[in-house]
Design a binder for this molecule. Structure first.
Ligand code: ZN
Length: 290
């Protein structure tokens, strides 16, 4: 059994993943607050609690997906945004060795989500192809997979599709730039846009399916923004398939296929939901453990 962790800005998810002859299975997922507002000590305490909850003689190691930039060779956080303040330089391998006598491997959470989908989820039939991923959540995350591995660059910035400019001089993004895809496609942006059109956020896509005119118009705009984002992704990261995940994809529910239909790209829905990061952390751990 491997202890699998997904550490985000607001919560840490932890679950055991076990491999047997039939493949892998994930156990009960526990969630606890990251306590990022308490700074590094709070975050490290939460991480300690998460690992402790599953630490036993059965555990062979710790697989971690984390927000921030991770050096996948050393499993050190090289850059942490305000989301995980004070965590820069944190060494997961040393932490797990010193406190739990366990080996560990860490990977960025967006990279983990895509790796999880490719190894165990919606992307299993695309392993030998080029796969892009867009995670439409509170922000917009992205990652890119080609030649059998996650593609990244020196500063881990590659694949951050949330900050591709889709509208010159467009809306101001949280990153300070104008016209980023995140300013149009994040759950927050969608809620705001829906409210501005007098649409109830909850059943946007159900009412679209029923032909309610405002909702049809809303979805047409959403499709334009998604299509513009896919155009930009294709320019810098040519893909054979794009996996779309995150809360907004869940929100589309049964309407997912009709919403992404005829955009000119092969777009499929992520299938691992909130567990993708843990699955990806596990895949990375298995590939790289020493
Ligand atoms: Zn931005």
């Amino acid at each position: 059994m491997t202890i699998c962790i997904d550490m985000g800005a607001t919560e840490i998810k932890v679950a055991p993943i076990t491999q047997n002859e039939n493949g892998i299975s994930i156990g009960k997922i526990q969630r606890l607050p990251t306590n990022a507002h308490l700074g590094r000590d709070g975050i490290v305490d939460a991480l300690y609690t998460a690992i402790s909850s599953l630490c036993s003689a059965d555990a062979d190691g710790v697989a971690i997906a984390s927000a921030g930039d991770i050096d996948t060779k050393t499993s050190v956080i090289t850059y942490a945004t305000g989301n995980l303040l004070g965590m820069e330089g944190f060494d997961f391998v040393r932490f797990c060795r010193d406190y739990f006598s366990l080996g560990a491997r860490a990977i960025n959470d967006a990279h983990a989500a895509l790796l999880g989908e490719v190894e165990y989820g919606a992307g299993v039939n695309y392993r030998d192809m080029r796969v892009a991923m867009l995670t439409l959540g509170s922000g917009v995350g992205g990652a890119y997979y080609a030649d059998g591995a996650i593609v990244t660059n020196e500063d881990n910035g590659f694949g951050r599709f949330g900050h591709l400019c889709i509208r010159e001089g467009g809306r101001k993004c949280t990153c300070g730039k104008l016209g980023c895809s995140e300013a149009y496609l994040s759950g927050r942006a969608i809620h705001r846009d829906a409210a501005a059109m007098g649409i109830d956020g909850y059943d946007i896509f159900e009412k679209f399916a029923l032909g309610e005119s405002r909702n049809v118009e809303f979805v047409a705009r959403f499709r334009e923004n998604l299509g513009a984002t896919l155009d930009r992704v294709m320019e810098i990261s040519p893909f054979d398939v794009c996996i779309v995940g995150g809360g907004v994809a869940d929100w589309m529910g049964a309407q997912f296929d009709s919403v992404v239909d005829n955009l000119g790209y092969n777009v499929i829905r992520a299938s691992l939901g909130n567990s993708a990061g843990m699955y990806g952390a596990y895949a990375h751990y298995k590939e790289n453990r020493q």
